[in-house]
Design a protein around this ligand. Sequence first.
Ligand code: CMP
Length: 140
Amino acid sequence: ATQRTLSIIKPDAVAKNAIGEIISRFEKADLQVVAAKMLKLDDDKAGGFYAEHKERPFFKDLVGFMTSGPVVVQVLEGEDAIAKNRELMGATNPKEAAPGTIRADFAETIDANAVHGSDSPESAEREIAYFFGADEICPR
Ligand code: CMP
C-alpha cells in the first residue's frame, strides 16, 4: 500500500554536502518527496522527537549530535515507503550496514549515522505531525 514516512538527513550528512545524493537514492527507489525543510533543532525539539529514548544511556549524546548542525526533514511517499526507506538506509550502526546502503556509504558512527527513518506506521504518523502541518505536505 502507499505509505508516508519521515526521513531526516542528519547533521553529519548535511556537513558532507550529501543532501542531494541521499534524496536521489529515495527518488531512484520511487519514493517521492512530498514535504521538505531545513531546520536547526534545539534541545527541546530534538529531545521531544526522541522522547521514547529519554531513559537510554545514549540520549544526551543523541540530542547533542542532532543539535550540532542543520538537518533536512522530509516526508517520503510511495509503495511500502516505511520498509523501503529502512532498506535504503541500512542498519542503525553503520559498521553493520549492508554495502550500498546510505549508512554504509555516508555514515561513520552510530550517532553520526547520516539518516533517520520512521520504524512503523504509528511512528511515521507521529513523526510527520511533529515536523509538518497538513498544509505543508504536497502530494503530487
Ligand atoms: P535513529 O534511527 O535516528 O534513532 C535513534 C538514534 O539513536 C539512532 O538512529 C542512533 O543514531 C542513536 N543511537 C546511539 N546509540 C544507540 C544505540 N545503542 N542503539 C540505538 N540507537 C542508538
